[in-house]
Design a protein around this ligand. Sequence first.
Ligand SMILES: [Zn+2]
Ligand SMILES: [Zn+2]
Length: 149
Amino acid sequence: MPILWRKIICPFCFHRYKASEVAYRCGNSRCTREEDTTFGTERGLRPASMGHVFRGAKKGAIRDAIITDTEAGCDLCGQPSRKRICPHCHFELSHDAGLIKDHAIAVIGGRGTGKGHYIATLVHRLENELGSQFNFSLRMLGDGNAQPI
Ligand SMILES: [Zn+2]
Ligand SMILES: [Zn+2]
């Protein structure tokens, strides 16, 4: 039950919200699966069958403002889930979203100016060179399995 003072800014839709407002996606394969229209609409995809989305239990206004849980029990099957997702676009948040200071970086440029090449090179350098020099690892987030319509 970490204490939390910051708000979360979603890296996908850029909505800003309190950590107590995050939703969860159930990961139990025996639980109800549902078409996630929010996930699909936000990405221009067909709704896909995904784990049930639910909200964490309310703890009261003051506790909600300063304390967050990083897991919650599914309201259908009771299984705990640590898959925290943005309540606005259902992007899966990192395990430490809201617990550490986040920095958003925008890469802006015209079509064909090398933004994708820059990002790919940056990720490669972080993974293969800088990570070992500074003793850190890199974990990718995102909707890697999402399929366009
Ligand atoms: Zn979002
Ligand atoms: Zn469930």
